[in-house]
Design a protein around this ligand. Structure first.
Ligand code: GLN
Length: 450
């Protein structure tokens, strides 16, 4: 009830929730009360969560924050949300995001932008980051105890950093993608956002696990993530990649990074300088691979099988009218870029080349992890920016992903943990990147920073 009251009071301003399922949540909470009275219960019994509106939820509208899916009610439950329900979680509703998870500010949503619960001295409304901006704003404002997010190129980590909470993108394949609306299938990965590293650990343990319905899901046991949060860090080697210190990095970000290094030294870590030489190609290759896969994935929204339909005299016209009305500007831009880099004549020059560079980015990480156990970097190059800023300059927006994209390209786990506030009092986050499948190591280091 406290959470539902909070949503009632604040959602008009924050616009974090697209759909609230109050009756369903109250019924589930009553059931949880009953279960708790009976003794032994699953780990998330009665815990109120927000679900990014990219996860299909059976019988509950799922929009991907797009007009094209504005009336879509899935007949099935995504594996990740089914796993959370199995552990007793209570869903409060579906939260806002950038349309089809394409963006870094939550301003591309067809349901309007999310406003961060944080404000800065000059009174400007701030973005919560994106694409999981509704998840981050809901958790930061106390409108959910935790939330699901998805991260294709930073969409869990950057909003977590912007709103002063924690968020982890696990290793690609750790959480099933089944029933999660696809953006870029070789990069998309689900994960939790929550107010502490330990909460993230508990949520991730519930979300993760092998799923035969997703061919890229990993058949590996899910470790006890919660106990990893209290592990000793004595002798753990932390790499500081020199390429994450670009020319003109703000002194506040630099200072936060130095504090993080000092805290980890105190905790018994050994700090090692490392190099990830292909980092500089991360953004350029990401913004070829992700749109290419998006253009392929979004081809299904043709107005015929599901979602909105705008009629036309011919089949081609029906497609054109439906997509023109149903997709926002950023989604159209991605589909155009993706179609271009995949077209004959350009495929070798762009897409194939990007895939080769991606292999080099992964090799950088593999080589670094021969010397160190985890990497420490800032999550984003700045604190949250003002609503509307960067909207007329997509490249400026893409540059915000500079520190988060490489771990996505390599498929390795990475977490953002709140680490400092800037001169305006806004939160800043540090990013911990780990070896493939070593979410435990990432959580342990993050818990020490927190
Ligand atoms: N900001 C990045 C993009 O727009 C990442 C989004 C994401 O991780 N879903 O593609």
């Amino acid at each position: 009830d406290a959470h539902l009251d909070g949503i009632e009071a604040l959602n008009g301003r924050l616009n974090a929730y697209i759909t609230v399922v109050a009756d369903q949540a109250r019924a589930a909470a009553r059931q949880a009360d009953g279960a708790l009275a009976g003794g032994d219960v699953p780990v998330l019994t009665g815990i109120p969560l927000a679900i990014k509106d990219l996860f299909c939820t059976q019988g509950v509208r799922t929009t991907a924050a797009s007009r094209i899916l504005g009336n879509f009610i899935p007949p099935y439950e995504s594996t990740v949300t089914a796993n959370l329900l199995r552990e007793g979680a209570v869903f409060l509703g579906k939260v806002n995001l950038d349309e089809f998870a394409m963006g870094s500010s939550n301003a591309t949503s067809a349901f309007g932008p999310v406003v961060s619960p944080w404000t800065r001295g000059d009174g400007a409304s701030l973005v919560p980051g994106g694409s999981s901006g509704g998840s981050a704003a809901a958790v930061a404002a106390g409108l959910a105890m935790g939330a699901t997010g998805t991260d294709t190129g930073g969409s869990i980590r950057q909003p977590a950093a912007f709103t002063g909470i924690a968020g982890i993108k696990p290793t690609y394949g750790r959480c099933s993608r089944w029933g999660t609306i696809a953006f870029a299938s070789s990069l998309d990965q689900a994960g939790p956002l929550a107010r502490s590293v330990e909460d993230c650990a508990i949520l991730l343990g519930a979300m993760a696990g092998y799923d035969p319905k997703d061919s890229t899901s990993a058949d590996r046991a899910v470790p006890d993530y919660r106990s990893a949060c209290t592990r000793s860090l004595r002798g753990v080697r932390i790499g500081i990649p020199k390429e994450y210190r670009p020319e003109g990095l703000s002194p506040e970000i630099e200072a936060m990074w130095e504090s993080g290094i000092a805290w980890l030294r105190e905790a018994g870590c050994e700090i090692v300088d490392v190099s990830l030489p292909h980092t500089k190609y991360g953004l350029a290759t990401y913004y070829i691979v992700a749109p290419a896969e998006a253009s392929s994935n979004l081809a299904r929204y043709d107005g015929v099988r599901f979602g909105e339909r705008v009629a036309g005299a011919t089949l081609d016209e029906l497609y054109e009218n439906t997509r023109a009305a149903g997709f926002g500007a950023e989604v159209q831009r991605r589909v155009l870029i993706g179609t271009y880099v995949l077209s004959s004549g350009y495929y070798d020059a762009y897409y194939l080349r990007a895939q080769k560079v991606r292999a080099l980015i992964l090799r950088d990480f593999t080589e670094a992890f021969e010397k160190v156990d985890a990497l420490l970097t800032p999550t984003a190059p700045s604190a949250a920016f003002a609503l509307g800023e960067k909207m007329d300059d997509p490249v400026q927006m893409y540059l915000n992903d500079i520190f988060t994209v490489p771990a996505s390209m390599a498929g390795v786990p990475a977490m953002s943990v709140p680490a400092a506030v800037d001169a305006k009092g806004l939160p800043l986050g540090l990013q911990v990147i780990g070896r493939p499948w070593d979410e435990e190591g990432v959580l342990a280091v993050s818990a020490a920073i927190e």
